[in-house]
Design a protein around this ligand. Structure first.
Ligand code: MN
Length: 193
């Protein structure tokens, strides 16, 4: 993956009413664009300039390059995991089997993922990732954190920085998180396994 803006697989109003086009315009169009621009500026002429974004996130020391690379990768995974809202939206195939094996049921997984997102103090991300043994894990990461830092492969994420939900949900983070289940593109998530 390169340090550049991902192309959205839906129009800016394609996630409504879960995420408004106004939020997409700010979150994707301004916040993510700023992280991409900052990272290009910070890496220019450094050893990181030609590196894949995943490698920068996994190896850069804490600081500006890591923060911006993390936010570019996190938001790319975030925006590309969504699709048009659907009722009773759920994973299938191998991913569904792994979720049942490691969390007991899809409903229990949803409960734990929501809890990780809602209870995270301050800005950060709730992640579903897979560890080196192939086991699924839910973790909380502050700020620009990504499971790659612990050697896990990131599969799905919930952004709980206020910019992700404040336009549409104001302070109601839990309501926002619950609505997100309607727009997860489980085929896109499963492709990351
Ligand atoms: Mn964000």
């Amino acid at each position: 993956m390169k340090n550049e803006m991902p192309r959205l697989p839906y129009p800016t109003n394609g996630l409504e009413p879960v995420i408004s086009s106004e939020t997409i315009e700010y979150h994707y169009g301004k916040h993510l664009q700023t992280y991409v621009t900052n990272l290009l500026n910070l890496t220019k002429g450094t050893e990181y300039e030609q590196k894949e974004i995943e490698e920068i996130v996994a190896t850069a020391p804490n600081g500006g390059i890591f923060n911006n690379a993390g936010q570019v990768l996190n938001h790319t995974l975030y925006f590309l995991q969504f699709n048009t809202p659907r009722q009773n939206n759920a994973p299938s195939g191998k991913l569904a089997e792994l979720i049942t094996r490691d969390f007991g049921s899809f409903e229990e997984f949803q409960k734990q993922m929501e809890s990780a997102a809602v209870s995270l103090f301050g800005s950060g991300w709730a992640w579903l990732s897979v560890d080196k043994e192939g086991k699924l894990q839910i973790t909380q990461e502050s700020n620009a954190g990504n499971p790659l830092r612990q050697g896990n492969k990131p599969l799905m994420c919930i952004d709980v920085w206020e910019h992700a939900y404040y336009i549409d949900y104001r302070n109601r983070r839990a309501d926002h998180v619950k609505q997100l289940w309607e727009i997860i593109d489980w085929a896109a998530v499963a492709d990351r396994l």
